[in-house]
Design a protein around this ligand. Sequence first.
Ligand code: GLV
Ligand code: MN
Ligand code: MN
Length: 426
Amino acid sequence: MPDTVAPNLVSAVSEARQWQRLMEMAALGGFTDPGGHIGVNRACLTENDRKSRRLLISWAEEAGLSVSVDALGNLFLRHEGSDPTLAPVLTGSHMDSQPNGGRFDGIWGVIAGLEAVQALREAGVATKRPIEVVAWTNEEGGRYAPGCMGSMAYAAYRTPDTWNAVTDKNGVPFGDALAEHLASESDIARRPLGVVDGVAPYAYVEGHIEQGPTLELQDADIGVVTGIQGSRWFLVELTGKSDHAGTTPVGLRRDAVQDMVRAITALNALMHDPTDTLRFTVASIEVEPNTSNSVAGIARFTIDLRHPDNSILQPRGNAIDGVIQAAVRHCSVKLTERFHATPTVFAPLVPDAVEAAARAQGLRALRLPSGAFHDAQFMHPLCPTGMIFVPCRAGVSHHPAEYSEPSALAAGARVLAQVLTDLANH
Ligand code: GLV
Ligand code: MN
Ligand code: MN
């Protein structure tokens, strides 16, 4: 891997253009929260998602890239290589956001991919391999659980119809929302889902804000991501009986909320970790009928469990059902696992290229693992994969206060441009 910097390429990356694009994207689903922070709510397969994709497509076409979409709605922008038959280098991330999300999570990786490819075209840098920028469908899993549907289907980790019956809060099935969405993009060339003609990408590189505090605390410019911790998502449904809150003696109730409290308390004990490495989160709760004077007949809650070590992640996740069954007193328990991403350690090719490019550009690089999951986790089995992190203020993410400096994002795009160029000339 070259350890010299390509000066014309690096100077062709435009901090102003990248920032302007990010701010234009942030207006699609943008809002100001009570604290005055500008956040984004752009769920997948919504009108704002469609508008953001059209905007991206218009920039890509202006830059001379060809655009295609697959059966999961994954969107690809292709820069042709001098040998179009070679496996492409893939870069990108996602454009959907959390409901109370920020302006950079996901979208920066897509915009940075476009910026990097545009810069190399403007600088007249040729590549042997094609480079494709991808915007994966539904990484966040906020509207439809779980996240990473687009990349999971691309990688054939799940079949494309796996989530058709999953509904959003309004009861709209994913399959219907996807069909409507694809119909709205019927003018865009369709490509087969997954690896084309059995040729996996040569490598996958995803740019992302760190979403944690390490780079800022260590005064580093670029995170060389070594891997991603494992995640398991579960949905727990407790069914008891709804009754009158004033007349039903406590001893006769089958109260789903009380059993939920027992279950979560027992799970907190199961997940206790003195090293504070394990992440256990219950953050979405639904109760029926959800009125103050009716005993709850149904309680549903989500579990998000993460750990970098599979020998901890698996047994803790597998113990959930038994712990809940033992904790509840009156309800039946239904446990569904909705997401399962095993811990990932990236092969050296991409991390080494990222570190070399950062060093060649005089940037301070730090190796670190990712606590958040990313589409890169599902690309890892297909091809050498890695990620470039840039610092974000105080590590805040999944919140409107999420912020990265334009100069930090530009530094990330310059490293990405060099890494893509290097890999695409392998
Ligand atoms: C991704 O958004 C995650 O929850 O890690
Ligand atoms: Mn993300
Ligand atoms: Mn996210």
